[in-house]
Unconditional design. Structure first.
Lengths: 80, 233
């Protein structure tokens, strides 16, 4: 089973890397970029086929390791 | 004072730390491997040193915080044992839930390697009894992720409870944004846990303990700990 966990910074958390990327896009002449915040994507292959179980497992993985819930949110998608 | 220095893959400051502990305490610390299940018997002080454990992969200190030895460290801290985390060690302790907050990328993005000045806010902790309250000490930093972040409620609680024991200041001891080089919230350089037995700090006191290097301001932290254990014995 394929899944994707997306980890993003909570709003209000300063993201200087996102700001640097924003500046670089502007320097490159890419127009109309109002803001950039950088996150992480984890593509995970799971054994077994139970979708509900998979989602629970992924949330556990996110809570325990993939996201630091002090500063980050996460989204879990089972894709296939 | 029996100290134990934890070693994770990618840690690189364990020898500086061991040297400082040896010089000031007179006793060779135990070097403890991350995969061990237990700390050495009779350990008084656990030190989590600096470096780039697990290459800073995922988040600084995230993987080290979940290594087997950390269960033993948690139990040790739960019994009131003293734990000192320096730089990556501070990051590891935050990730392990032994300290609140998180260390994020320096506000100006650059890795900063230089001496800074710290105000020792209180001297009634085993970690800071070697100093006077309000004393300013000069200690080096070397980090890219030293920007201490926590939510407003946590910061207010830390400040209110006097758990911010070290703060970045100008050489005069005054608060000065120019001297808060990594942009940390409230210029926080080091914090204590609620019980006061766990300290995390970004600067490296272990690198300023020898007269030959010109500055010995870091000695007081280790000397104070030695005194603490002498008194308790």
């Amino acid at each position: 089973m394929k899944a994707r966990v997306t980890v993003t910074l909570k709003s209000g958390i300063l993201d200087p890397q996102g700001k640097a990327i924003e500046g670089a896009l502007r320097s490159l002449g890419v127009p109309g970029v109002a803001s950039v915040r950088q996150g992480k994507v984890f593509d995970i292959e799971l054994e077994g086929g139970d979708r509900r179980q998979a989602e629970a497992l992924l949330r556990e993985a996110a809570d325990k390791l993939l996201a630091n819930t002090v500063i980050e949110n996460y989204r879990v998608e089972v894709t296939g | 004072m029996r100290s134990a220095v934890l070693v994770f893959p990618g840690i690189n400051r364990e020898h500086d730390m061991a040297r400082a502990l040896r010089l000031v305490s007179g006793r060779e610390p135990a070097m403890v491997w991350h995969a061990d299940a237990e700390l050495p018997a009779g350990t008084d002080l656990v030190v989590v040193p600096g470096g780039f454990s697990y290459g800073d992969y995922l988040r600084c200190g995230a993987i080290a915080a979940r290594a087997p030895i950390m269960d033993a460290v948690r139990r040790f801290a739960g019994r009131g044992g003293l734990v000192l985390g320096v730089c990556n060690g501070f990051q590891i302790l935050c990730e392990a839930g032994l300290l609140p907050g998180v260390l994020m990328r320096n506000a100006a993005l650059k890795f900063i390697c230089r001496d800074v000045y710290l105000k020792v806010e209180r001297s009634d902790s085993p970690f800071t009894r070697g100093y006077n309250a309000g004393q300013v000490i000069r200690v080096p930093i070397a980090h890219g992720e030293g920007n201490y972040i926590a939510d407003g409620e946590t910061i207010a609680r830390l400040e209110g409870e006097g758990r911010v024991v070290l703060r970045y200041v100008a050489p005069t001891g005054e608060r000065d944004p120019a001297w808060n080089v990594n942009g940390a919230t409230n210029a926080i350089a080091g914090v204590l846990n609620e019980r006061g037995n766990v300290l995390g700090m970004m600067p490296h006191p272990e690198n300023h303990v020898e007269a030959a290097l010109g500055v010995t301001d870091g000695r007081g932290l280790f000397a104070g700990l030695v005194d603490h254990f002498k008194q308790a014995a």
